[in-house]
Structure formats: C-alpha cells, structure tokens
Design a protein around this ligand. Structure first.
Ligand code: 13P
Ligand code: SF4
Length: 348
C-alpha cells in the first residue's frame, strides 16, 4: 500500500542516515519529491551535488543526464544512483556524439575557427565532454543568456546543442535576428532551410527539442486569453519561438517558481511547463488562479518513471550494502565534461 511504501522509504532513509542525500528535480511527482533532502532545478541541483563531499550515496530523483552531471561534479567517494535507468531525456538523446562529431567537421569546413560549441545541460556527458574539449561550455535555462554572452565574447558563432528552442529564444532575446540563425538537421546531416548568407550566421541550432514543452501551441495562448483576458501566460524557453513570443513571460523552471511566489493574491496564470510542477504551484498558491497552458496533460514521462517502488528498491539495496543503478561516467569523459561544467559555474 501507499502507506507501507512511505513507511519503508522513511525507514531506509533513517538507516542510511548521513551517508545518504536524495536530490529531487521540480518535475518529480509529489509522492517522490516529498522524500527529497534538496529540491531544485537542474542548475541548483548540480551546485548542491558539487558540495556533498561527506556523503556516500546521492540518490538522484530526476533524469539520467542530471545524475551524470552529479557524478561528474563529485569525487570518487560519492556514489550516484538513479532509481530507474529508463529515466532518460528524449531531448538529450537527440544529440548523439557521433552525429555531433560529423556535424562539427562540416561546420569547421564552412566556418573555420569562428564557432564555439555550447550545450544545454540536457545532454549526455559525452556531449558535455565534446564542448569541453573544443573550448565551449554548458548552460541551463536559468543562465543561458549569460553563457551565450560569454561565448560570443570568444567567437562570432555558436553551435548550440541540443535544444533549438532554448538556443533560438535566448539568442533572439539578445538581439540576434532569426535570419542569422540556421538549423543543423542531424537526420540529413545538412543545414535546413538555409537562406542565410554564410557571413551573417551567428547561431547554428541543433535540431533537437523537448517533446513535453513542444506540445504547447500558439492556439493554447489565444484560447486562455479569449476566455479570460486577465490571465497571464508564463512559459519555459524550451517552448517554440511562436509560443514564447506570445507569452507575457518566459524563463527557467526557477524563474517560473520565483515569479509565482512574488505575484500578488488574485493573480491568474496559465503556465507552459511540466504538469507536476504546475499542479504543485497551484496547490501551494491557492490565493492565485493557476492552470496548465494546454488542456491535455503533459507530464515528462521519463521524469515520472521515478516512482516510490523504484526509490524504495534503490534505498533498501543501499541499506543492504548493494549499489544498484550506479551512474558512473568514465574518467576521460568526466575530465572534459567537468571542464565544460566548471566554465559554466564560473560564469555565474
Ligand atoms: P531546468 O533546467 O529548468 O531544471 O529544466 C530541466 C528540464 O528538463 C526542463 O525540461
Ligand atoms: Fe527532457 Fe523535456 Fe523531460 Fe526536461 S521535460 S527531462 S527536456 S524530456
């Protein structure tokens, strides 16, 4: 039963004591996030993981790339566990390292040494290592603008991986016109709809996307406004350019939370991000009217793979001294992806 699961998870946590820290991303289900010692967006969790020097086990309630980042930023003494190995991220899977290496060769031929690679942290450790080796860095949705500014101080052009929307939305906000952005389509190994003069190109956008945030459409924004003109729309920058342009506000998970927390009672919000977070914000702020931007539910199915049975299984194994589902990045990849992540952490 649910009570039995909760009781056994609490008991396993008690037995592991100070050896264990559970990290939980804001998109986790309520029945899981209740057990997190720290909750946050991906940037906050990466910074917390980096400081957990005395902890033996970090159980990551989030997705695979976040657990890899935690392993990269911690020492060999910390063991990072992902309760379900199927908790991946479809966006991270859209940038395969071999495809990126091939694209990089073409990009070097076309643009010479004028391009710096930047990857959204929603990418595999191999991609982070690639950008680290080539003088680039990582970003999250909270610091994308500061990171792109840093990159443009070094090179004229950025190859942005793997989310075209975060890349486009952030660069546009910084004053780069859409005509100066081109898309690299990994499935064809070519630039797509390429009408841009080579000398004008500033952003090369990898054609990846988030299947959750791409479900929010311009018609959803029009519909909520028709129904209630006082409704404000706030969306994550992984949403499409059209949706972000129509919204009143856009920003990272952390920005969305801070905006709602600072809003006066009676505020009305339609939020375009993962449904677990939207429902939690609605529960925590009954003094405001908070709804999901679309009528269809949009859970991140892979985030939701972390459930209580998987968490319990991982914890009870640790109590017995069995490490299950350890996320271990190899030393070479760790070295270069840490170079990329450290560059980002120094930009803050
Ligand atoms: P944050 O960087 O805002 O935590 O987002 C992570 C994520 O997976 C968004 O889809
Ligand atoms: Fe990946 Fe999108 Fe899920 Fe975030 S919400 S983990 S980007 S699939």
């Amino acid at each position: 039963s649910d009570q039995e699961l909760d009781r056994r998870i609490r008991e396993a946590k008690r037995r592991l004591g100070s050896d264990l820290v559970i990290l939980g991303h804001h998109y986790q289900r309520d029945d899981v996030i209740q057990f997190a010692d720290y909750r946050g967006d991906s940037l906050k969790l990466a910074k917390i993981a980096e400081k957990l020097h005395d902890v033996k086990y970090i159980v990551f309630c989030g997705v695979h790339f976040m657990a890899e980042t935690a392993d990269t930023l911690t020492t060999d003494k910390q063991i990072v566990v992902l309760p379900d190995m199927k908790a991946g991220c479809s966006m991270a899977d859209m940038a395969d390292i071999d495809e990126v290496e091939e694209a990089w060769e073409v990009i070097q031929e076309e643009f010479g040494d004028t391009v710096i690679p930047v990857t959204y942290v929603n990418s595999t450790a191999a991609i982070k290592a690639f950008v680290g080796r080539h003088g680039g860095t990582t970003c999250t949705s909270s610091n994308a603008e500061a990171v792109l500014k840093w990159a443009f101080e070094r090179k004229k052009r950025i190859l942005f991986l793997p989310d075209q929307h975060l890349g486009r939305n952030t660069a546009y906000k910084m004053g780069i016109p859409l005509e100066h952005m081109i898309i690299w389509a990994p499935e064809t190994g070519e630039f797509e709809d390429d009408h841009c003069h080579r000398e004008d190109v500033r952003m090369i956008l990898w054609k990846g996307h988030c299947s959750v945030h791409q479900k929010f459409l311009p018609e959803h924004v029009h519909r909520v406004r028709e129904r209630d003109p006082e409704m404000k729309v706030i969306v994550h920058p992984e949403c499409s350019f059209e949706v972000v342009q129509l919204a009143d506000e856009n920003g990272s998970t952390d920005y969305i939370i801070r905006t709602i927390e600072a809003a006066p009672p009676g505020s009305k919000w339609a939020i375009g991000t993962e449904v677990n977070l939207v429902q939690r914000l609605a529960q925590e702020h009954p003094e405001q009217k908070i709804m999901l931007l679309s009528t269809t539910m949009c859970p991140c199915l892979t985030m939701n793979r972390i459930d209580r049975p998987h968490l319990l299984w991982a914890l009870e194994n640790l109590v017995e001294g069995n490490v299950v589902n350890q996320i271990k990045v190899d030393p070479e990849t760790t070295h270069w992806s840490k170079v990329a992540l450290d560059r980002m952490l120094a930009i803050q």
